[in-house]
Ligand binder design. Structure first.
Ligand SMILES: Nc1ncnc2c1ncn2[C@@H]1O[C@H](COP(=O)(O)OP(=O)(O)OP(=O)(O)O)[C@@H](O)[C@H]1O
Length: 257
């Protein structure tokens, strides 16, 4: 088995007296997809932000096996090291594409910008790379100079994915990537995501309240309630034979709908 790409130990985030997430530990290997599910307020987003260096936890550690320096504690890195990580080896797909795109620059520039941020200066290469990535996310080349605001919600989300994946990250954080889209658009996006995750061997941590999304994308599932992980296992096992009463309730409420 390969070494873990990410290791989270006893991660706890308190907001004053209120628990955001508590004592979360797990490992993630290259190419592995971990789904985090739970009702609203269970701590999914807090956990995702704390792992992805967006919000320093109250307690616990996040270690990442970097390409250059090997295993590093994400919160002990220099600011420059962390910024580089977030621009290259990590990616973050937000629920709302507006949070992950620059709406006032063209689609091509949205993709090219991530390449320029890591030192690519050759305009021709950047543009052809951006063009290739538009193709991979099923956006026509002729839209390369258009602003994202002229795109549909589904297209914007696909552009956000292209912008994120152009630097060949190894770990992608996704926060409800299909939320807020029509059901048919969701299905197409999920299909695309599943293909990309598989072809690029991406490790993914995906937060979703949609068990169907979790089942389709993730190998393992973590169920959260009141900030704690109450069940963690292979996705099919957790969904087909849930052990915790709360997971049983979650699964049965979906089946009844
Ligand atoms: N910035 C904050 N300040 C204070 N409390 C917060 C903050 N962010 C989250 N919380 C609290 O932490 C707990 C977990 O919230 P969190 O948003 O992580 O849950 P969630 O599972 O992602 O919910 P949702 O699915 O609605 O986004 C909740 O009790 C919430 O009120």
């Amino acid at each position: 088995m390969s070494n873990p790409l990410l290791r989270v130990d006893n991660l706890t985030m308190m907001y004053g007296d209120r628990v955001g997430c508590k004592d979360v530990s797990f490992e993630l290997r290259p190419g592995e997809v971990l789904g985090i599910v739970g009702e609203s307020g269970s701590g999914k987003s807090t956990l995702l932000r704390s792992i992805s260096a967006q919000q320093e936890p109250t307690k616990g550690t996040v270690q990442y096996n970097t390409r250059i320096d090997g295993v590093c504690d994400v919160y002990q890195m220099s600011e420059a090291q962390r910024r580089l990580l977030m621009r290259t080896d990590w990616a973050f797909v937000h629920q709302n594409p507006r949070d992950g795109l620059r709406m006032n620059v063209s689609a091509g520039a949205n993709i090219g910008e991530r390449l320029m941020a890591i030192g690519d200066r050759h305009y021709g290469n950047i543009r052809s790379n951006a063009d290739a990535w538009l193709g991979k996310v099923e956006i026509a080349s002729e839209r390369i100079d258009d602003l994202p605001s002229t795109f549909s919600g589904g297209m914007q989300q696909r552009l956000q994915i292209a912008r994120n994946l152009v630097t060949s990250p190894r770990l992608v954080f996704m926060d409800e990537p299909t939320g807020g889209l029509d059901v048919s658009v969701q299905a197409r996006l999920l299909d695309l995501l599943r293909g990309l995750v598989h072809d690029l061997n991406l490790a993914v941590i995906i937060v979703t309240h949609d068990l169907a999304v979790a089942r389709l994308l993730s190998h393992r599932l973590m169920v959260m309630q009141q900030g704690k992980v109450i069940e963690h296992g292979l996705t099919d096992q957790v969904l087909d034979d849930p052990q915790h009463p709360y997971t049983q309730l979650l699964v049965s409420s979906i089946l009844q709908n």
